[in-house]
Design a protein around this ligand. Sequence first.
Ligand code: HAM
Length: 434
Amino acid sequence: MAKELLSVQPYKGTRDFYPEDMDLRNWFFGVIKDTLRKFNYREYDGPMLESYDLYAAKSGEEIVNEQTYHFEDNGGRMLAVRPEMTPTVARMVAAKLGSLNMPLRWFSIPNLYRYEKPQRGRLREHWQVNVDMFGSDSIETDFEILLVASNLLKAFKADETMYCIKINNRRFYNDLFEQYMGFDKEKSRKVSKAIDKKGKMSAESFNDYLADLGLNEEEISKLNSFFTKSFEEMMELCPESQGTKELVELFKLIKAANLENVCEFDFSIIRGFDYYTGTVFEVYDKDINNNRAMFGGGRYDNLINLFVDKANVSGIGFGFGDVTLENFLVSHNLIPELKSNMPKVLITRFPEIPYIEYLKLGELLRDNNISATVYTDSKKLAKQMKYAADEKYDYAIILGEDELKNNTVVLKDLSIGENMTIARGELVNKILNK
Ligand code: HAM
């Protein structure tokens, strides 16, 4: 009977990261970390497993009931594999509330798991850059978060034609539903869930959905007009709302900072999580093949209160996924050739020369910030050279009997295929000062 072999495929919706994939991931994270450090955000991390209750409390029905991987541990505790980072960071801030100096600017790049239908831009495991500020509820803080989001894309050399930040405000739309439309809290909640799903259905199905929620024709038509009215017209519908005031102030800052070409008000931005209370936003790629949000975030006033009663510490931030980032950078041709900034040298070997001679050379180069590999097998020189070319080494070094006697090496510059014999004492300088 034939032996049954195991599959080499990773679990559906997850990825293996081969070295070239890690090069890309490390480059992504390097650019992101450098940018965030320029704004003085500090990195934190937390555990991958959390109590299931942490998400059940505030994340929202879909993510908790349909997308969270959860299980009972051997001690009978219900745990979840983190589907998002915001509850973890809120818990961490709450745990040290007394000793943290506000406002806090923190970031993290966790891998998250969601039981999703894998598709372009959405997988079951992704890495998500989380950028959050705690302890300040000024509108300048909301603006800073948008600025950071925009600067992250600019750090990858994206320009204004490539992406767009769509902004709404939960206080605004709740007040609009309750005061202008006359909906009660439950109806408002259901209508906002319907709007959140609007992008995934036809206009007709959206109207049917609203009718099923009990909206009459006039209400449906009013609601649809919210997606076409100008920002000013929308603000006039609910002038006394705190949300209106926040939006107006936020857009003043956006204009003053010349970000109006990348920021727009969009009433369809609702955000699925229950914890948001004020500004909400998503960043979209303008390439229509990448129609999923790249960033999502907003202000959440009450998450810390889950852990500390009447804490009165508001947070605001966003998550930005690696899957959509890669699609974005590929679509706009923004991935450069990734190369280490250290020259890469292969020290080839002849079996008749003691291995230790090659090792000494390797140590000398590495001590001088040159990455050096000593070939460990005894293959023909031509094979070693082919390996150096295939692996994109910058140089190969040849050390035979003559060179050993004369205290020299042959240095081959693989980019131009040129050989030169040089004294060992000059080797490091020659490589570093090309
Ligand atoms: P989110 O909108 O669920 O927000 O996710 C933020 C971003 O993570 C999305 O725009 C997308 O780029 C990426 N993302 C989410 N799910 C997936 C997936 N299944 N596959 C690939 N990428 C994905 C949050 O998670 C909030 N906790 C963000 C936040 C931080 N709000 C405030 N602070």
